[in-house]
Design a protein around this ligand. Structure first.
Ligand code: ATP
Ligand code: LTN
Length: 327
């Protein structure tokens, strides 16, 4: 039996190359090896204020991008979280079995709540909903970027706690899969901060649908430093980030990349990186524009995705109900 992969992505803002390298590309590349479930997590998106029209639009655009990136309905179920109501119910049960202090330690919550004046209870409970997404499908592997590592640890702790409380293995313990290259792509304008969808300064992120001119401009303005040597070095955040993006797109080894750029300047690195990114995104962009004209088709694929997974989610939820004595 194939192992089950599950991952999720929020329909908030514009998808960037960090999401692509850290998560989406892994999903696409390992589709043949696993039984795959991918979820557009709209219930997570409403943990912060979001315009209804924008949410609706972003869900469909994100689905189109994921299909364009190579998620294939024959190999993977791609669906919208709110279409399978078991997620919300499982999340409530998990919320009730998670110690408050465990959620309070989450760094993503600390960062996001410090930026908001009146944050919701949902933002606090966010990781319990994520745990529900994962545990509902008895998932083995969860491919995510580095920023989600803590949430995955928490999911494992919650599952182990519930199993221990009821004295049986009702929930499967999942494992995070974090890519070796590009698990944490940094912002181009401020390479000490993670590239993020919710950061909307002009030169922060390269978005998957950026035109070649926009990509050229953003990379040209990317922050570097006053040294010269082109080498991987964690302490030189800007150049290290550009080299990591180059590494992720070319799949060249670090020594080969360093010898390729020996004696060259930052201008050369930026020029070559620009071409590599433009060419790397071109096939996805072409497919996106083909698919985007047929919204109904995308909606239909999402409905079929939800139909494929619903029975599994329901079965787990019934098992949990029975164990804890609900109904
Ligand atoms: P937001 O800013 O709205 O929180 P985000 O950019 O962090 O969004 P998510 O939808 O939360 O994006 O993440 C989708 C996937 O992309 C997750 O697996 C996450 O770990 C990964 N990811 C997000 N940002 C990066 C990044 N800068 N580098 C590598 N992977 C990333
Ligand atoms: N919290 C994740 C998105 C997410 C997710 C999931 C990832 C929601 N549910 C289940 C993996 C598995 C994020 O990227 N911010």
């Amino acid at each position: 039996m194939k192992k089950r992969v599950l991952s999720g992505i929020q329909p908030t803002g514009n998808i960037h190359i960090g999401n692509y390298i850290g998560a989406i590309r892994q999903w696409v590349d390992s589709q043949d090896k696993y039984d795959n479930i991918f979820c557009i997590v709209d219930l997570h998106a409403i943990t912060v204020p979001i315009e209804p029209k924008q949410l609706k639009h972003t869900i469909r655009q994100l689905a189109t991008l994921l299909f364009a990136a190579g998620i294939t309905p024959e190999k993977s179920a791609l669906f919208v979280q709110s279409h399978v109501s078991e997620h919300a119910e499982m999340a409530w049960i998990i919320t009730c079995m998670t110690p408050w202090g465990w959620l309070h330690r989450m760094t993503q919550f600390k960062e996001k709540s410090s930026n908001a004046e009146n944050f919701s209870v949902g933002l606090f409970a966010y990781p319990a909903l994520m745990a529900a997404d994962i545990l509902l499908y008895d998932s083995d592997l969860v491919p995510v970027g580095e920023d989600q590592k803590q949430h995955l640890e928490l999911t494992r702790d919650i599952a182990q706690r519930i199993n221990a409380l009821y004295g049986k293995d009702i929930l499967k313990i999942p494992q995070a899969v974090i890519p070796e290259v590009g698990s944490r792509i940094m912002g181009l304008d401020d390479p000490t901060k993670k590239m993020s969808k919710s950061e909307d300064t002009a030169n922060h992120a390269i978005h998957l649908l950026d035109t070649p001119d926009v990509i050229r401009r953003k990379i040209k303005r990317a922050t570097t430093d006053s040294f010269r040597e082109i080498r991987f070095n964690e302490e030189r955040h800007g150049v290290n980030n550009l080299l990591t993006i180059y590494e992720a797109f070319t799949k060249m080894s670090r020594p080969d990349i360093e010898s390729h750029f020996a004696g060259k300047g930052y201008g050369d690195l930026k020029k070559e990186l620009t071409e590599v990114v433009i060419e790397g995104l071109r096939p996805l962009q072409t497919r996106y524009h083909e698919l985007a004209s047929d919204k109904k088709h995308v909606d239909l694929l999402l409905a079929e995705g939800a139909d494929k997974v619903r029975a599994t989610a329901n079965r787990t939820l019934r098992r949990v109900h029975k164990t804890i004595g609900l109904g």
